[in-house]
Design a protein around this ligand. Structure first.
Ligand SMILES: *Cc1c(COP(=O)(O)O)cnc(C)c1O
Length: 368
């Protein structure tokens, strides 16, 4: 281990891609605002109002077009994939799989009651675009592929009438600006840019998506109650979930959404993450032993920066040494298997801390 001098220690050492840095003010809110909320019934007005506040705040943050709604449920984004297989895909989906998370949704869509999904796999570190195909009724890809650090533009796929554009925004929501009218479903869990804990999923859904959800729910397809999107729509409209939600997660999310809105909303957040990530990419391009893993600058994520190291430097040893200095979770996505560091530049992560992190990496690399 290389002991870092004080001036190279970030004020906050959390650079992980989820769970990710929770700001101090959010934790304080747990003790203050939370004192009358934590440990109280989710069927009573105070918690329903909190759920309502997260729904209103997210609709404002994401600039929900007319008729769009925020729905939520328990189980995180992974549960949403199964819910979508049961209640959103009518017959066949197309998936861009340019990393772990896009591939996972594709696997969830290999369900016996659906036609085999059309999966478009591309090399990790690159992006992709959907291609209209007759008979496909859901086009799905991640806004930001957290496993590789690639972000993809959000543009509606013009295909069969009624086909839905369904976006995994788990690591993008609240950190990347986009036009919500380009998607029918923009779903996420709150433990990344939104700086809360895991366990919940939220989705911004269009009127067309709600119509689809209702039509499938009214068909004779078997849908487990816990994974029913119709159930989620009905409960969300009442500011509740089917079963007990994590109240602390709701509260920290609500605080984060208000904080982003107070600072200027999604445009501010998008500009902030773009600036923070640019600092890292610029360094990775000039340092002697690093290169950005994502070669095409247009594909580079503003919220998850992946940096390859040449064989003269052991990235895993750097991550381990940083960890012992309190700088945590810079390891790459485990299944990518590269000599790499992966650094979150979510909206809560300060650019000054990223500058100190760069200094810390250089200091460690020179001494290991
Ligand atoms: C983290 C992540 C997920 C998984 O979220 P869970 O809430 O753990 O299910 C899915 N998709 C993307 C893009 C992610 O970054």
């Amino acid at each position: 281990m290389v002991e870092l001098p004080r001036e190279l220690l970030p004020t906050d050492g959390r650079f992980g891609c989820g769970p990710s840095k929770v700001r101090g003010a959010q934790l304080e809110a747990l003790a203050t605002r939370g004192a009358s909320l934590l440990g109280t019934s989710h069927r009573q007005a105070p918690i329903k109002n909190l759920v309502g506040s997260t729904r209103e705040g997210l609709a404002e943050l994401l600039r929900a077009p007319e008729g769009y709604e925020i729905i939520l449920g328990n189980g995180g984004s992974t549960a949403f994939w199964d819910a979508a297989a049961f209640g959103l895909i009518e017959r066949r989906s197309q998936h861009l799989a340019f990393g772990e998370f896009g591939s996972k949704f594709a696997s969830a869509a290999k369900a016996p009651w659906l036609d085999a999904p059309d999966v478009r796999k591309t090399e990790p570190g690159t992006g992709g675009v959907c291609e209209p195909v007759e008979g496909v009724d859901v086009y799905a890809w991640p806004h930001n592929e957290t496993s590789t650090g690639v972000s993809a533009p959000i543009a509606r796929v013009t295909a069969d009438p009624g086909a839905l554009t369904v976006i995994d925004a788990t690591s993008a929501a609240g950190g990347i600006d986009f036009d919500a009218a380009q998607a029918d479903v923009y779903y996420f869990a709150p433990q990344k840019n939104l700086g809360s804990d895991g366990g919940l999923w939220y989705a911004l859904v269009s009127p067309a998506a709600i119509e689809r959800i209702e039509r499938i729910a009214a068909s004779d397809r078997y849908i487990p109650e816990f994974l029913s999107l119709k159930n989620a729509v009905d409960n969300s409209r009442l500011n509740q979930t089917l079963n007990t939600p994590a109240v602390a997660t709701l509260l920290m999310l609500d605080e984060q959404v208000r904080w982003i809105l107070d600072n200027g909303g999604l445009a501010w957040a998008g500009a902030k993450t773009a600036a923070t990530s640019a600092t890292l990419y610029a360094w990775a391009e000039v340092a002697a032993y690093t290169t950005p893993f994502v070669t095409n600058p247009a594909d580079r994520s503003p919220v998850v920066v992946t940096i390859d190291f040449d064989e003269s430097v052991d990235a895993a040893a750097i991550a381990k040494s940083l960890r012992e200095n309190g700088i945590v979770d810079t390891e790459p996505y485990r299944k990518l298997g590269r000599n790499q560091l992966r650094i979150a530049t979510f909206v809560s992560i300060d650019e000054d801390d990223v500058r100190r992190l760069i200094g810390a990496i250089e200091y460690t690399a020179e001494r290991l």
